[in-house]
Write a protein that binds this ligand. Structure first.
Ligand code: MGD
Ligand code: MGD
Ligand code: SF4
Ligand code: MO
Length: 765
């Protein structure tokens, strides 16, 4: 029988530290995740559930967006997939009796970990104005409350419709359709805090804001550069793909301020050798870069390729034919690149010249190169120019649009890419709105809406009054926690469609609703008919996902039903769109998607194929670049890197091994040797000594920003750790209080949560 949730918060966050392991995964990983699953679901349910993850007739893993191979292995899930499933399939419940026992004030004092451990939400709950407790409410009344607030607004633009990336395609499509029928493009999403920089950079340079490689390209690449990503924790099955790529002859360069365990050595739990813990060394060259130094690195690699071609007679260093036929702006870029000096490159990257030259030799030896990246590249002030620099580097040797080569932004949430494809964005393309207009016969709003940061400002300034979230945990995920929480409290109504209790529920507007939804793992039935949804992975593969477990409570509704019922309430019974039919029949929704979104022709037919289908991608499929110039664009932005005053460090906020974003599964970070606590800060031993911070001492972290406001996260245990010099790392969301709302990336407006200038002060006591 699974244990009860913890009665109290852990008395204190008391991290213990040991040497990190030399490799990732293997038996300990499997054993640990199964223990976690048993605790949440018991043994029988665990076995039943895990058999269905990522199988053709089962559900898509609710973890990350890494694609599954064509023929799934029967154990086609990873440790973190198991944790994500267990978190959702738990037998614990946070039902009305739970809310009767705990006043809002009590819940607001609890940690996010404790809140999440209480189990699945079971009934719609309402917090009336001035009330001390959430009380159960019927679906009918809950939705009329939302409709009353929405229709009372002075303008539709006073409403915000947030989405987190777990929402399936059908619900996402209907949600944006509803928001636009209602009259606003205020569709902020988790992408705004995540891969927005990738989307911005790729759309301008290549014409498509998505990755250009498929899984088989990884197996065909000669060189894979993994920059700013920790797949051992965040995309564990990517290690299986990297292992296979290596076996086929690929080499791997890792670019990271931290020596992340998974990328060093990987014990594949799906092979006997891996289970025994003798996995291959994955990384051939480790470039331990300073935080924010990647643009300088890729610019120098480009400069060295030019030098090789122009001065060393290596005519094969550049792909001249590709450059002439397919690119634009080469000369301007080349001029900027030729001016690159070693001194500035070494200062920005913290690397040795020999290391960069070693990387160059590997690039010259490789016929095909893929660059993979995640948050280490996207969450800095100069992230968009950094990713454009990655594109420059790849274009030089024609490494886009042929097998084994390309850009590979590795997406986070399991359907975050699909949600964007379905139109969840505050800046929709005119062609998309035209297609909506034609199909549905209404005039969608054309003015851009608010993104995540813009939404917080609007709430803060009283310009937005209703906040509606389809999934996610907005107040914990967003930057500047205190500012964001104050802003949220100013809303007239906050509504969360959720599976689990989280911090956002206990930082309500004047009134608040929690609407409990079915999760990925659960059977979605209506009138005896079983339904499925669809999702798109990080590589643009679309496939079906069918829940298999009995729903956590009979009161849960699917996200599709919730959106449709809301739309009916708000838009009125005479609204011309068949919301009731959409709620009943997801195939009818897919027919509409097929007519609106390019690449989804014959959606209902093609989705029945095992493994689904690939969306078209012009640069990948035909070397066609649908940009403003009709070519792949070089860019020549000035090289930037974060400047750090004396006595300060550059802090990145990242994930531990025991969390999924704001959901904390446990208090360990096994791959970094941390147990029993999350308030830790990793600092290079030399920097720590210079700053008078002994290993194991406690320090307060304060960030410094041009607005002069003091932001402090108190009481972090200092861990001497081999990160790059001048850099530090600590976990999100505990450190979000340090991220200034206005410290965002140029162009993409993504919070710059990976390069904060901080001061560490030994804590009193
Ligand atoms: N288990 C688990 N899986 C997840 C998630 C989770 O929380 N838990 N979250 C999901 C989501 S939404 C996302 S977006 C992804 C996130 O996946 P990742 O991007 O891997 O997540 P982070 O923990 O933020 O790790 C950032 C990595 O970049 C490195 N880094 C930081 N700054 C720099 C820099 O300036 N340059 C370089 N080269 N490297 C840098 C860090 O050391 C770290 O290794 O994972 C997804 N999958
Ligand atoms: N400082 C800092 N901040 C960051 C980041 C960072 O690296 N550093 N990373 C950013 C990134 S990459 C991201 S993606 C965001 C994440 O931001 P969000 O996507 O908003 O946050 P999550 O923690 O993924 O949301 C978890 C909640 O989603 C709900 N949920 C889970 N599954 C379902 C479902 O199937 N349906 C519904 N309706 N609800 C569900 C549960 O109630 C759970 O509590 O955070 C960002 N914030
Ligand atoms: S790699 Fe990602 S999608 Fe695959 S099983 Fe692990 S968490 Fe799930
Ligand atoms: Mo993300």
């Amino acid at each position: 029988m699974p244990a009860k949730p913890p009665a109290e918060d852990p008395v204190q966050d008391a991290p213990e530290v040991s040497a990190p392991p030399a490799s990732a995964a293997g038996l300990p990983a499997v054993a640990r995740s199964l223990r976690m699953a048993h605790r949440q679901m018991g043994a029988r349910r665990t076995a039943l559930t895990l058999l269905h993850v990522n199988q053709h007739d089962g559900f898509d893993c609710p973890g990350c967006a890494w694609p599954e191979p064509d023929r799934p292995h029967t154990a086609e899930f990873c440790e973190n997939g198991v944790k994500a499933v267990a978190e959702e399939a738990t037998v614990r419940r946070a039902g009305p009796d739970f809310f009767a026992r705990h006043a809002l004030a009590d819940l607001a004092r609890r940690s996010g970990y404790w809140l999440g451990q209480q189990g699945r939400l079971a009934e719609p709950m309402y917090l009336a104005e001035g009330a001390t407790h959430y009380r159960p409410v019927s679906w009918e009344r809950a939705l009329s409350l939302v409709a009353a607030e929405l229709t009372a607004l002075d303008s539709p633009d006073q409403a915000l419709f947030y989405t987190s990336g777990r929402t399936g395609n059908e619900a996402a499509f209907l949600y944006q359709l509803f928001a636009r029928c209602f009259g606003t493009n205020n569709l902020p999403d988790c992408s705004n805090m995540c891969h927005e920089s990738s989307g911005s950079a790729l759309a301008e340079t290549l014409g498509v804001g998505k990755g250009s490689v498929l899984l088989e390209d990884l197996y065909r690449a000669d060189l894979i550069i993994v920059a700013g990503q920790n797949p051992g924790t965040n995309h564990p099955r990517m290690l299986t793909a990297l292992e296979r790529a290596k076996a086929a002859g690929a080499r791997i360069i890792t670019v990271n301020p931290l020596p992340e365990a998974g990328l060093r050595r990987f014990n594949n739990p799906q092979t006997a050798r891996g289970l025994a813990g003798r996995g291959p060394e994955l990384t051939d060259l480790f470039l331990q870069i300073r935080i924010g130094g990647d643009q300088a690195l890729f610019r120098m690699l480009g400069a060295l390729l030019l030098r090789a071609a122009e001065q060393d007679g290596r005519t094969d260093a550049l792909d001249h034919d590709f450059l002439t036929r397919h690119t634009h702006g080469f000369e301007q870029y080349a001029e900027a690149a030729r001016a690159t000096g070693w001194a500035e490159t070494l200062a920005a990257t913290g690397l040795a010249r020999e290391d960069i030259e070693a990387a160059l030799r590997m690039v010259l030896d490789a016929r095909s190169v893929i660059v993979c990246w995640a948050m280490g590249l996207t969450q800095h002030k100069h992230s968009v120019p950094t990713i454009r620099e990655v594109v420059n580097f790849l274009l030089l040797r024609g490494n886009v649009g042929r097998p084994g080569a390309g850009v590979c932004p590795v997406r986070g949430h399991s359907n975050v890419q699909g949600d964007r494809t379905m139109g969840i964005t505050e800046r929709p393309a005119p062609a998309f709105l035209d297609a909506l207009e034609k199909e549905f016969g209404f005039a969608p709003p054309r003015a851009p809406g608010l993104d995540t940061v813009g939404s917080i400002r609007a709430l803060r300034d009283g310009r937005a009054r209703v906040f509606f979230a389809l999934g996610g945990n907005f107040v914990s995920a967003a930057p500047d926690t205190e500012v964001t929480e104050d802003a949220m409290r100013r809303a007239r109504l906050t509504v969360h469609v959720s599976t689990k209790l989280n911090r956002s529920h206990v930082v309500p507007g004047a009134r608040a609703l929690i609407l409990p939804a079915l999760g990925r793992t659960e059977r979605d039935e209506r009138d005896g008919t079983e339904r499925f949804v669809t999702v798109e992975d990080s590589m643009g593969m679309v496939h079906a996902s069918r829940g298999r477990l009995a729903p956590a409570s009979p009161s849960l509704l699917s996200e599709v039903e919730i959106v449709c019922r809301l739309a009916r309430r708000v838009l009125g019974p005479d609204h011309p769109l068949p919301w009731e039919e959409f709620a009943r029949d997801y195939a009818a929704v897919r027919d509409r998607i097929a007519r609106v979104v390019p690449g989804f022709e014959d959606f209902n037919e093609r989705i029945t194929r095992p493994g689904g289908f690939a969306l078209p991608h012009a640069p990948r499929d035909e070397r066609r670049f649908p940009t403003a110039t009709g070519k792949a664009n070089f860019t020549a932005a000035p090289v930037e890197h974060p400047r750090v005053p004396e006595g300060r460090l550059l802090l990145q906020t990242l994930r531990s091994h025991d969390q999924f974003n704001t959901t904390v599964y446990g208090l360990d970070d096994r791959y970094r040797g941390v147990r029993g606590g999350r308030r830790v800060v990793f600092v290079h031993p030399e920097d720590a000594r210079r700053l008078g911070l002994a290993d194991g001492c406690y320090a307060d972290i304060s960030s410094e920003w041009e607005d002069g406001r003091e932001r402090t996260a108190p009481g972090f245990r200092v861990i001497h750790y081999p990160t790059a010099r001048g850099c530090a790392a600590a976990y999100y969301p505990e450190t979000n209080v340090l991220v200034p709302l206005d410290a965002t990336a140029d162009i993409s407006n993504t919070p710059a949560s990976k390069s904060l200038v901080v001061r560490l002060t030994p804590a009193a006591g």
